[in-house]
Design a protein around this ligand. Sequence first.
Ligand code: MLT
Length: 265
Amino acid sequence: MPTANASGVKLNYTDTGGSGMPVLLLHAFPFNSAMWEPQIESLGDKFRFIVPDLKGFGDSDAPEGEQAYSMESYADEVKALVDEVGFDRFVLAGLSMGGYIALAYMRRYADGVAALVLADTRAEADPPEGKEKRSNQQKQVLQDGTAGLIETLTGALLAESTRANKGDVVKKVQAAMENPAAGFIGALEAMKNRIDSTDSLAKIDVPTLVIVGENDAITPPEAARKLHEHIGGSELVVIPDAGHISNMESPEAFNGALAEFLNKR
Ligand code: MLT
């Protein structure tokens, strides 16, 4: 897999190649690029996907120390990747934390983004109790490693029906959460400190697709509806029978919505 030097951070990424407009896929917390396999497998021959492991995840650099992580630094590294791979117009897509980063990217750069996909994400910052929960999760990972949090998140992120009926998906989700402890701690810091993007949504003037799993308990359909209401001309698609990781839990419906949107670009 190729790597890019993004603002001094080595980022591992997949490029499916092809001649269409590049589509940059940003993964969720605490995943890596493997979470986008269902999209690469089904749609990778029709669209050119660029899929990085974000800092702290997969095979990318995972610096120690929370100060190395923020939504702004993630956005800067994505910009450096875009510049290094060398495309000037692309579709930016992020799921959950990937969506927080996409919103930071739109605040800082926006140029070059031809269209936006925001999946299972929200514009609001964390409330005080959310920040406290993340601090406790950081302590847990520091003391005990990542296994306990991966187990908790498996319960929280996935729809009950996924956990009950889709054992293969549960295994793939858990495998994609196997990442360095430094990445968990750093990304939790970045999410904890992220600013509210609500006011900047009105400035988004590119075609935007908002996707959400109907049973997403982390960034529920109300959060997606707010994004849809604030982003002029955006489309909203609710994925039936899916929780927060809608692209892995119900890939057919997710891919259908994504392909329909990308075909128009
Ligand atoms: C994610 O899926 O990226 C995280 O669960 C988002 C969050 O905790 O806010």
